[in-house]
Design a protein around this ligand. Structure first.
Ligand SMILES: [Zn+2]
Length: 399
C-alpha cells in the first residue's frame, strides 16, 4: 500500500471555480490525491498510520506552474558565453539543481522552452522515473530559429521547408512535449534580428504549425512585434510568448490591431507575458512611461479576452529559477485580484499546457502537486512567499 499523507490547513483552495474550504484537508495516496474536503471528513478516511502535516494558520493550494523557463540558462551569466564552456553532463547537473530550486519555491510544473541538445527532455524523464526529485517538466527541446537567428547558439537553426520538417520530426522522435519557434528576434542574441522584426515568414510559420499539429504537438511561439503576433494568431499557435505588441519599426500598436487580439481570444491562443521574476527592476530600467505602457498593453489584451498564463523566462537576466511567487506580484498591477492570479498560475496554465486533467487543481485522482503557505494568498498574493510545504506527485519537499 502506498504511503498515505494527510495535509490539513485553516483553508484549502482547490482551484478555479471552487469555493475555499475552511478547516480543510487533502489526503494523498502515493503520487495521487485521494480526497479533498472538510478536515473531520477527510481525517475519518485516513488510515491509522497516516503521516500528518498540520498548518492551522496556512492555506493549501495546487502547486504553481511556470509556463516559460530555460533550465539551461544561468541568470547571472550571458547564455551563449556560459554554454560554450559547458559539456552536456555538467549542464544537465546544473539544470537538475535549478529544477530543484524551483520545486522548493512551490513550482510543481515547468515548461522548458529552449534547451541545448534535448537535455530538458532527458531531465524530464529522469524526474518522471524517480531517479531525481524535481517538478514535472514539459520540454520543447531546442527551439527552431533561422540561421543566425534568436538563440541560434542552442543549435536549432533551420533554413527552408525541408529542414523545418526534418527538425520537427526529429524533435518528435526525441519525445518533446511542445515545439518552440522563435518567430521574432529577441534580447539575448544581439547580432540577430531585432525583437520587433519577424525572423520566419508567415508562410514558414504556418508550415511549422501544420507539421506540428500533424504530429499532435502544440507550438509555443516567441513573438514581440505586432506583425509577428498577427502571424502567430493566423497560423494558430498554442501560446504566444512575451506578446509585447512592440510598435517599433513597421509594427502597429495593439490599438490599431485589436482584430489580432480578438482573433487570439476567439481561437483560445494564450499569451505568456514571461516577465522576469524581478519585474520591478525591469520596470525601472524601462522608465516610467514605457513601463506604464507595457502594463497597459497587457491589461488591454486581457480585457479583450486573450487567456493569460504564468511564466518567468527563468534563466534570463533578472529572472532566477524559482522566482515565480515573486513574479506573480506583477499581475496586481494589471488589476487582477490575488485569487485570479492564483487561478492563472494553476488551473488555467494546466489547461493551456494540456495537462488540465491531472494538474492545476486539488481533486481526487489528480496528481498530488500541492503547495502550503502561511497566511491567506487568496487575498494577499505576497503570502505565496511564506511557504511551508511542497508536494510533487506525493513526494514532500521543504521550502
Ligand atoms: Zn524564453
Amino acid at each position: 500500500m502506498p504511503q498515505q499523507l494527510l495535509v490539513t490547513a485553516g483553508e484549502v483552495y482547490p482551484g478555479r471555480g471552487t469555493t475555499p474550504i475552511t478547516d480543510g484537508a487533502v489526503l494523498v495516496d502515493g503520487p495521487l490525491i485521494s480526497a479533498v474536503g472538510a478536515r473531520p471528513d477527510i481525517e475519518a478516511r485516513a488510515t491509522a498510520n497516516v503521516a500528518r502535516f498540520d498548518f492551522p494558520g496556512g492555506t493549501i493550494l495546487p502547486g504553481l506552474i511556470d509556463g516559460h523557463v530555460h533550465l539551461a540558462f544561468d541568470p547571472t551569466q550571458d547564455p551563449p558565453e556560459a554554454l560554450r564552456h559547458l559539456d552536456d553532463e555538467t549542464l544537465l547537473r546544473e539544470m537538475a539543481d535549478r529544477a530543484g530550486a524551483a520545486l522548493r519555491a512551490g513550482i510543481t510544473t515547468m515548461r522548458d522552452l529552449g534547451d541545448r541538445g534535448g537535455l530538458a527532455v532527458r531531465l524530464r524523464d529522469e524526474i518522471a522515473r524517480g531517479d531525481r526529485s524535481g517538478p514535472r517538466v514539459l520540454a520543447a527541446g531546442t527551439p527552431l530559429t533561422p540561421p543566425g537567428g534568436h538563440c541560434w547558439f542552442l543549435g536549432g537553426e533551420v533554413a527552408g521547408s525541408e529542414e523545418i520538417r526534418r527538425r520537427i520530426t526529429s524533435l518528435t522522435e526525441l519525445g518533446v512535449d511542445v515545439i518552440k519557434v522563435m518567430v521574432s528576434g529577441g534580447h539575448i542574441t544581439p547580432d540577430s534580428r531585432k525583437p520587433w522584426e519577424m525572423q520566419f515568414t508567415a508562410e514558414e510559420l504556418r508550415r511549422i504549425v501544420d507539421i506540428s499539429s500533424e504530429l499532435q504537438l502544440p507550438v509555443a511561439a516567441h513573438a514581440h512585434g505586432t506583425t509577428a503576433i498577427a502571424a502567430c494568431a493566423e497560423a494558430g499557435v498554442s501560446t504566444v510568448e512575451h506578446c509585447t505588441w512592440m510598435r517599433i519599426g513597421d509594427n502597429p500598436e495593439i490599438e490599431e490591431r485589436l482584430d489580432v487580439a480578438e482573433r487570439m481570444a476567439e481561437r483560445g491562443i494564450c499569451a505568456c507575458p514571461a516577465w522576469p521574476s524581478d519585474w520591478r527592476s525591469l520596470l525601472d530600467a524601462l522608465g516610467a512611461d514605457v513601463g506604464k505602457r507595457a502594463i497597459e498593453k497587457m491589461v488591454r489584451m486581457r480585457d479583450i479576452g486573450v487567456p493569460l498564463i504564468a511564466g518567468t523566462d527563468a534563466g534570463v537576466v533578472r529572472s532566477e529559477h524559482g522566482g515565480l511567487p515573486a513574479g506573480l506580484e506583477l499581475y496586481r498591477h494589471l488589476g487582477m485580484a490575488p485569487h485570479e492570479i492564483l487561478d492563472m498560475a494553476t488551473t488555467d496554465s494546466a489547461t493551456a499546457l494540456g495537462i488540465g486533467d491531472r494538474a492545476g487543481r486539488l481533486a481526487a485522482g489528480y496528481d498530488a502537486d500541492i503547495l502550503v503557505c502561511d497566511g491567506a494568498p487568496l487575498t494577499d498574493i505576497t503570502a505565496l512567499q511564506a511557504q511551508r510545504l511542497v508536494l510533487a506527485r506525493g513526494t514532500t519537499t521543504r521550502p
